[in-house]
Write a protein of this length. Structure first.
Length: 115
Protein backbone atom coordinates (compact mmCIF):
# COMPACT_ATOMS: atom_id res chain seq x y z
CA UNK A 1 0.00 0.00 0.00
CA UNK A 2 2.83 2.44 0.81
CA UNK A 3 4.50 1.82 -2.54
CA UNK A 4 1.24 2.54 -4.33
CA UNK A 5 0.69 5.81 -2.42
CA UNK A 6 4.28 6.86 -3.08
CA UNK A 7 3.91 6.08 -6.77
CA UNK A 8 0.62 7.99 -7.04
CA UNK A 9 2.16 10.98 -5.26
CA UNK A 10 5.21 10.96 -7.52
CA UNK A 11 3.11 10.74 -10.68
CA UNK A 12 0.88 13.57 -9.44
CA UNK A 13 3.87 15.78 -8.66
CA UNK A 14 5.35 15.11 -12.09
CA UNK A 15 2.05 15.97 -13.80
CA UNK A 16 1.83 19.20 -11.80
CA UNK A 17 5.38 20.14 -12.74
CA UNK A 18 4.51 19.72 -16.42
CA UNK A 19 1.62 22.19 -16.15
CA UNK A 20 3.59 24.97 -14.44
CA UNK A 21 5.15 27.62 -16.69
CA UNK A 22 8.90 27.40 -16.93
CA UNK A 23 10.88 30.45 -15.86
CA UNK A 24 12.52 32.16 -18.78
CA UNK A 25 16.24 31.53 -18.71
CA UNK A 26 16.76 34.63 -20.80
CA UNK A 27 14.96 37.16 -18.64
CA UNK A 28 16.50 39.82 -16.47
CA UNK A 29 15.52 39.66 -12.82
CA UNK A 30 14.02 42.83 -11.39
CA UNK A 31 12.14 45.83 -12.73
CA UNK A 32 12.79 48.63 -15.17
CA UNK A 33 10.81 51.90 -15.10
CA UNK A 34 10.32 54.95 -17.29
CA UNK A 35 8.12 58.05 -17.34
CA UNK A 36 6.01 59.02 -20.35
CA UNK A 37 3.13 61.29 -21.36
CA UNK A 38 0.00 59.62 -22.73
CA UNK A 39 -2.34 60.89 -25.46
CA UNK A 40 -4.43 62.80 -22.89
CA UNK A 41 -1.34 64.64 -21.65
CA UNK A 42 -1.01 62.80 -18.33
CA UNK A 43 2.43 61.83 -17.09
CA UNK A 44 2.56 58.11 -16.29
CA UNK A 45 5.15 55.59 -15.15
CA UNK A 46 5.67 52.45 -17.21
CA UNK A 47 7.08 49.24 -15.73
CA UNK A 48 8.74 46.13 -17.12
CA UNK A 49 9.03 43.23 -14.69
CA UNK A 50 11.63 40.56 -15.51
CA UNK A 51 12.10 41.87 -19.08
CA UNK A 52 13.35 39.48 -21.74
CA UNK A 53 17.09 39.67 -22.40
CA UNK A 54 18.89 40.02 -25.73
CA UNK A 55 15.72 41.29 -27.46
CA UNK A 56 14.76 44.83 -28.39
CA UNK A 57 11.69 46.01 -26.48
CA UNK A 58 9.71 49.06 -27.65
CA UNK A 59 8.32 50.83 -24.60
CA UNK A 60 4.61 50.35 -23.98
CA UNK A 61 2.41 53.43 -24.10
CA UNK A 62 4.39 55.24 -26.79
CA UNK A 63 3.69 55.88 -30.45
CA UNK A 64 5.24 58.13 -33.08
CA UNK A 65 2.84 60.99 -32.27
CA UNK A 66 3.91 61.12 -28.61
CA UNK A 67 7.18 62.43 -27.21
CA UNK A 68 9.72 59.83 -26.11
CA UNK A 69 9.74 58.55 -22.55
CA UNK A 70 12.31 59.89 -20.09
CA UNK A 71 13.94 59.19 -16.72
CA UNK A 72 14.57 55.46 -17.22
CA UNK A 73 15.53 53.45 -14.13
CA UNK A 74 17.20 50.05 -14.38
CA UNK A 75 16.53 47.95 -11.27
CA UNK A 76 17.27 44.65 -13.00
CA UNK A 77 20.34 42.43 -12.72
CA UNK A 78 21.20 43.10 -16.38
CA UNK A 79 22.74 46.03 -18.24
CA UNK A 80 20.06 48.05 -20.08
CA UNK A 81 20.88 49.93 -23.27
CA UNK A 82 18.18 52.52 -23.98
CA UNK A 83 17.63 54.05 -27.42
CA UNK A 84 16.05 57.33 -28.47
CA UNK A 85 14.46 55.59 -31.47
CA UNK A 86 12.05 52.66 -31.61
CA UNK A 87 13.33 49.20 -32.56
CA UNK A 88 16.71 49.91 -30.88
CA UNK A 89 17.88 51.75 -33.97
CA UNK A 90 20.07 54.78 -34.40
CA UNK A 91 23.22 56.14 -32.89
CA UNK A 92 21.52 57.83 -29.92
CA UNK A 93 21.71 55.34 -27.05
CA UNK A 94 22.84 55.17 -23.43
CA UNK A 95 23.81 52.27 -21.18
CA UNK A 96 22.32 51.91 -17.69
CA UNK A 97 24.15 49.78 -15.11
CA UNK A 98 22.38 46.88 -13.39
CA UNK A 99 20.47 47.58 -10.13
CA UNK A 100 21.23 51.31 -9.85
CA UNK A 101 21.36 52.74 -13.37
CA UNK A 102 19.12 55.66 -14.10
CA UNK A 103 18.73 58.72 -16.24
CA UNK A 104 17.24 62.16 -15.76
CA UNK A 105 14.40 63.83 -17.66
CA UNK A 106 16.95 64.77 -20.31
CA UNK A 107 17.52 61.11 -21.25
CA UNK A 108 14.86 60.35 -23.87
CA UNK A 109 14.01 56.75 -24.73
CA UNK A 110 11.66 54.73 -26.96
CA UNK A 111 13.24 51.26 -26.82
CA UNK A 112 15.60 49.16 -24.70
CA UNK A 113 17.60 45.95 -24.82
CA UNK A 114 18.80 44.08 -21.71
CA UNK A 115 22.01 42.05 -21.76
Amino acid sequence: MRLRNTLVTAVGAFALALTLPAASASAATGQSRYTYVNEEGYELVGFMNAPESERCINLAGLNDALPPAHSPKNRTDATATVFLNADCEGEDFFTLRPHTGGGSERLKVRSVVFS
